[in-house]
Write a protein that binds this ligand. Structure first.
Ligand code: GLA
Length: 712
């Protein structure tokens, strides 16, 4: 009876203080995270793993023992170790007082529990520098977030040189394996995996935004996890500026993950009375492998972060003019494309770059966000009315953070561009970055965008960012304030124009992270729309982010790499996320239009399953010639299987594809779109589909198919 009561007591509250053990227990549906105050009055990590049920099991945490060359504090799993005392690991915090003192040792002061949030207040042992360690749990989602609030209560300024959001500890052990996302322009979110040895592995951006080169997400397993099984600790940082995640395996078998804003060139001035709040670092734990880790993050984004989280709306099928017309946009040409797009079933027409200022090429015009009268003599109204008249939404491309030196804005305000006085201003893609950290720039950009949205019936903007930072200005707070002001502008725009939808783009997938996903409805995954490459880019993306925000276009061939794949293959690849078309529709033949219309109509019948359902990665494009992904709707009634064969060799036939996530006892009715499914039968039990699997006749190069399953 007592045990049951204790279980209920612990499960009823997501955050609990177990007083005898001086321990805080964060309870999620299937995992537990715990921290406590140790015998040195330091906040110490206690546990992160499968759910623990009994508070009485916790004993007060004790700092580790010391020996000649390791201190007690250095060996202890401290929750938020500052650079101070005898600590050599990656610090969570480093700061200098104006008198040159830069030793910080944080002791527990107090705590506060409010609903799903825990705040543990700590203070330096001598100075009035306070650090509050913040925790929030989403028990049903299996996700918790950590961040820190650093408050200068001294009478002098403090320079914060490193302020991580969190330092995570895994159980002491060796043999951990790191999975992470690295890449480049046109090759974003490539899945990388490596066994860790002693030392530090750093994933980061120093480029002023999230970056194509690395994405702020990680997963760690014990070397044996797969899509379905194995213990996986994972996390995603919510920050779109310079960031850093350091995975450190100490020689004492400790595994630590520090993550937050990058300390590279970082020096944030904290005036007396001021507080620096770090970004949130979200994390979770599962015993059901990488597939479950991804699904937990997907569900979390869809239900807790996404702008439409309270009333989810399907993402519309989009057409974007970029690859068809590049900068050569004008009213008749765009109207023509819109009419053709509508005939295929497109729901949102987006005019890309080229509509404003002197934007006939990428050398001029950025910053001048007024309509180019040569291309649109009567403004945007004619095109927008045409698009709306066809029953589509209208979207527009903008790149608000940028300026071409050849622009009226730059001629008027050369000082608004990020620069170092007396140093060259590196131009990349012929453009400079505006210093969004300056209030005048922030207010100006808000006003031009607000005017644009007020004067035109624009339903959607594609917010682009086509270069990275250089010569980053004298004020080092820029790294933080730039990003905060971009967020603030988007927040203000959304508040004032509540129906507005936004796509985040940065030359493809350079700005995809959890903080961005609080503010945008979708992300442009990559400028690389070549379908075979896309399978890999989309696979990596799917480890961290849901299909609904993953924008995928069908474009023309030959495409990147000089590769040509069939239109059907291109459609099926793109239908695994939010579907768009970026092809030049003037070049499409009747047969292309017919296939496209059929595929778009088909997509509309499965899109809620793809966009809002659960993803099961059945066969990885990194592992072989077959790629297979399956989506199961949240209510389990519909499932969709996509399968792609890149190339057949040695006349090998495919092995059966075994499905996942179905009800073994239920019967499913199968709908095919072609003759690739070998069995003639069209009804199978879940147990057969998952146990025996389905045989397909996929042959040659770039073959593909899709099967829709409806639960009977
Ligand atoms: C970036 C985007 C593209 C397109 C161009 C326009 O490269 O990623 O989709 O919008 O800019 O200049």
């Amino acid at each position: 009876m007592f045990l049951l009561a204790a279980v209920l007591a612990l499960s009823a509250q997501s955050v609990q203080y177990v007083a005898p053990a001086k321990t805080f227990v964060l309870q999620l549906e299937e995992s537990t995270y715990a921290l406590g105050v140790n015998d040195l009055n330091r906040v110490q990590h206690v546990y992160w793993g499968p759910r623990l049920q009994r508070p009485a099991d916790f004993t007060p945490p004790r700092a580790a023992a010391a020996y000649a060359f390791e201190s007690r504090e250095g060996m202890t799993q401290e929750e938020y170790p500052a650079f101070g005392g005898m600590r050599y690991g990656e610090p969570a915090l480093k700061a200098s007082h104006s008198n040159g003192i830069r030793d910080i040792v944080l002791g527990y002061v107090s705590h506060e529990i409010s609903g799903d949030t825990l705040k543990v207040r700590t203070k330096d042992i001598t100075a009035d520098l306070f650090v509050t360690l913040c925790y929030r749990v989403w028990p049903r989602r299996g996700i918790l977030a950590r961040w820190a609030e650093i408050e200068n209560r001294t009478s002098q300024p403090v320079t914060v040189e490193n302020a991580q959001s969190a330092l995570w500890h895994l159980p002491d052990n060796t043999g951990y394996r790191l999975t992470y996302l690295a890449g480049r322009w046109a090759g974003e979110t490539q899945l990388e995996r490596e066994l860790l040895g002693p030392g530090r592995k750093v994933m980061e951006s120093r480029r002023g935004n999230t970056s194509h080169q690395a994405n702020p997400w990680f997963a760690l397993d014990e070397g044996d996890a797969n899509e379905d099984r194995g213990r996986v600790w994972f996390g995603a940082l919510a920050w779109s500026g310079n960031w850093k995640i350091t995975v450190e395996q100490t020689t004492s078998r400790q595994l630590r993950v520090a993550g937050g804003m990058n300390d590279f060139d970082f020096a944030y001035p904290l005036a007396p009375g001021a507080t620096l709040v770090t970004p949130e670092f979200h994390a979770g734990f599962t015993q059901r492998g990488f597939g479950d880790a991804s699904r937990l993050l997907h569900r979390f984004v869809l239900t807790e972060l996404a702008p439409d989280r309270r009333a989810p709306k399907p993402r519309p099928v989009l057409y974007n003019s970029w690859e068809a017309t590049t900068f050569s946009v004008d009213e008749p040409g765009q109207k023509d494309l819109a009419t053709k797009a509508r005939a295929l079933g497109v729901e949102l027409f987006v005019m890309d770059d080229g509509w404003f200022g002197a934007r006939d090429h990428d050398k001029a015009g950025l910053g001048d966000w007024f309509v180019n009268k040569k291309k649109f003599p009567n403004g945007l109204g004619g095109l927008i009315d045409h698009v709306h008249g066809l029953g589509m939404q209208f979207g527009l491309w903008v790149e608000p953070e940028m300026v071409n030196p050849d622009s009226d804005l730059y001629r008027a305000h050369p000082d608004w561009a990020i620069h170092l006085p007396g140093r060259p201003r590196t131009e990349q893609r012929n453009q400079l970055m505006l210093n969004m950290a300056l209030p005048a720039v922030r207010d100006h950009i808000f006003k031009v965008l607000d005017d644009l949205l007020t004067q035109n019936k624009i339903d959607f903007i594609k917010w682009d960012m086509n270069r990275h930072i250089s010569e980053p200005g004298l004020d080092r707070a820029l790294y933080v304030n730039y990003v905060r002001n971009v967020y603030a502008i988007i927040d203000q725009l959304r508040a004032k124009h509540p129906k507005l939808e936004i796509e985040s783009c940065s030359g493809g997938g350079g700005r995809a992270d959890l903080e961005t996903l609080k503010r945008v409805d979708q992300v442009w995954t990559s400028d690389n729309t070549e379908a075979f490459d896309r399978l890999r880019i989309q696979e990596g993306f799917s480890f961290a982010y849901p299909a609904k925000v993953m924008m995928d276009w069908v474009t023309d061939v030959p495409n990147m790499n000089g590769r040509s794949t069939p239109l059907k293959y291109r459609f099926l690849v793109a239908m695994q996320g939010s579907l768009g078309i970026g092809a030049n529709l003037h070049h499409w033949k009747d047969a292309d239009n017919k296939l496209a219309a059929e595929m778009i109509a088909r997509y509309k019948t499965i899109r809620s399953t793809v966009q809002e359902g659960n993803l099961f990665r059945l066969a990885s494009p990194s592992a072989g010639a077959l790629t297979a992904n399956q989506y199961v709707s949240a209510d389990g009634r519909q499932s969709v299987l996509f399968a792609f064969l890149d190339h057949q060799q040695f006349r090998q036939n495919l092995s059966a594809i075994r499905l996942k996530g179905l009800d073994p006892l239920a019967v499913y009715k199968l709908t095919t779109i072609d003759d690739k499914l070998i069995p003639r039968q069209r009804e199978f039990s879940g147990s057969w589909l998952m146990g025996r699997g389905l045989d397909f006749r996929l042959t040659g190069d770039y073959d593909s198919t899709m099967v829709i399953l409806e639960k009977q």
